[in-house]
Design a protein around this ligand. Structure first.
Ligand SMILES: [Zn+2]
Length: 235
């Protein structure tokens, strides 16, 4: 018997309220859709993104290896999503102004100014692995719980680890206050639960990286990071 395509049309205003459990664990379909909206809303109209959100399908009881591709319709605000590997797909309408809509908050974090003289701008200056040396919410021992805390940017992708959080990043680069800046959404785990959120970081005059990481409906914390090879101390 052929599998029927699974396309879900969702009016985001009519989502059932999420329980705290679902929010923490990100396991319900509503929590999944919230993550899709969070990432889709960060993108401009016309955007097409390969998100780090894993497909929820389990054909033959094995997890589908696909990730969710997200597209914003160029003329109206619908967010279309589909699995990179299977038929799992859908359309989300009326998500604007919801608690998962990051399109309003994103510009406030980064005020884009005209590019300064060019040699020091763009992803290249931020790419690579940065050691998280300080966070507002946690001390160094907590940051390094799973191994040295870090954030890493590789063109549009990246990863990070601190405290019990490990996640994949979806990155956009710009300049703000005349400095290379990255904004990102992230999706991954916090301890054993799924977790997601957003963040930004900006290169400082002293070569360090300063930014803020937000967990979706959870904590947020500023952080300071240094280039991995510049944090080796002779102790
Ligand atoms: Zn799939």
């Amino acid at each position: 018997m052929a599998a029927r395509p699974k396309t879900f049309i969702t009016d985001f205003r009519h989502l059932p309220p999420l329980s705290d459990d679902e929010l923490d664990q990100g396991r319900s379909f509503a929590a999944f859709l919230s993550c899709v909206v969070a990432i889709g809303s960060m993108e401009g109209p016309d955007a097409r993104v390969r998100s780090p959100i894993p497909c929820r399908c389990r054909p033959a009881r094995r997890p589908c290896p696909g990730v969710i591709l997200i597209a914003r319709h160029p003329r109206h605000s619908e967010i279309e999503w589909r699995c990179s590997e299977c038929e799992f797909s859908g359309v989300i309408t009326h998500w604007e102004g919801s608690s998962s809509d990051f399109s309003v908050t994103a510009p406030e974090a980064v005020e884009v100014v005209a590019p300064a003289t060019a040699p020091n701008r763009g992803p290249a200056t931020l790419e690579g692995r940065w050691h998280i040396v300080e966070m507002e919410m946690w001390d160094k021992d907590a940051i390094d719980l799973l191994g040295p805390g870090y954030i890493e940017f590789q063109k549009r992708h990246g990863s990070m680890r601190f405290v019990a959080i490990e996640g994949g990043l979806d990155c956009r680069y710009s300049e703000a206050e005349g400095r290379p800046t990255v904004e990102f959404s992230w999706f991954g785990g916090d301890d054993r639960d799924d977790a997601s959120g957003r963040g930004w970081a900006r290169l400082q005059a002293d070569g360090s990286l300063v930014g803020r990481i937000f967990k979706h409906r959870g904590d947020d914390s500023s952080f300071t990071a240094r280039r991995f090879d510049s944090t080796r101390s002779p102790q």
